[in-house]
Design a protein around this ligand. Structure first.
Ligand SMILES: [Zn+2]
Ligand SMILES: [Zn+2]
Length: 245
């Protein structure tokens, strides 16, 4: 078993609300400087920069995880993580059919840049990525599972787009054994108030700027023997899937 300092909720320059210098390479470099060993890229409703992030993480000797922050039809943000690019891309292919075809206005919403591992802009997403998809919470969760991934509600301690802010509580179904808090200081309060004693609570930064990426504070134990970065991803996803129905 090894302890991994993680940040499993990060946005790249493909998210319109994130800075253009949130390139996969800058993210991996900053994460490594902060002492993180395990990071996930979770852009809004897309996995488009995940390939470059995995490459950048390899260069910095840390483990990258492909992911997406899905906006459900209820406007709930759901972090979906995958053991590999193949699974993430399959998920993205299906999510794309549930995105609204609204053109992005970069001067208003921000750029949506596809970037390679060397910081070259290789394309731009024409449709705005932030609106809610037409996938319900239940459908989005089931889709992530069917693609081999895991899902958990994002920043449940924030009123906007947090599952508790929107539904008032965690639903019985789908059951989420893992939830994400934005502020680890809220852990005890939420555990008590919403009866989350049996849930795993992850804390991630939801960084949209390089300076949002925090020093290593949150860790998770993973059985990574015999070590490979693929094994770390597999074990993480397996752990997060346990108890999901
Ligand atoms: Zn969010
Ligand atoms: Zn986010």
């Amino acid at each position: 078993m090894s302890r991994y300092f993680y940040d499993l909720h990060l946005h790249s320059c493909l998210s319109p609300c994130a800075d253009d210098d949130m390139t996969p390479s800058n993210i991996a470099g900053m994460a490594s400087l902060c002492g993180l060993q395990l990071i996930a890229l979770t852009d809004h409703n897309t996995c488009g920069n995940c390939g470059a992030l995995l490459q950048a993480c390899r260069q910095y000797g840390i483990v990258g995880v492909p992911g997406m922050e899905l906006t459900t039809a209820e406007e709930i943000h759901l972090v979906c993580l995958f053991p590999g690019l193949v699974q993430a891309e399959e998920f993205e292919r299906q999510v794309r059919e549930h995105r609204l075809p609204i053109r992005n206005k970069p001067e208003i919403f921000g750029n949506q840049l596809f970037v390679d591992v060397d910081d070259n802009v290789v394309g731009e997403e024409p449709n705005l990525l932030i609106p809610a998809t037409t996938l319900s919470l239940e459908e989005g969760t089931a889709l992530a599972l069917s693609c081999g991934g895991a899902a958990f509600p994002a920043h449940i301690d924030r009123p906007s787009n947090g599952i508790i802010g929107i539904l008032g509580d965690l639903p019985e179904r789908p059951f989420f054994p893992t939830v994400e808090l934005n502020d680890r200081e809220n852990r005890e309060e939420y555990r008590e108030k919403y009866g989350l004693q049996d849930r795993r609570m992850l804390c991630s930064s939801d960084a949209h700027h390089l300076w949002d990426i925090r020093d290593a504070a949150n860790s998770i134990e993973l059985d990574d023997e015999p070590y490979s970065s693929q094994r770390v991803r597999d074990v993480l996803i397996q752990l997060l899937r346990e108890g999901m129905a």
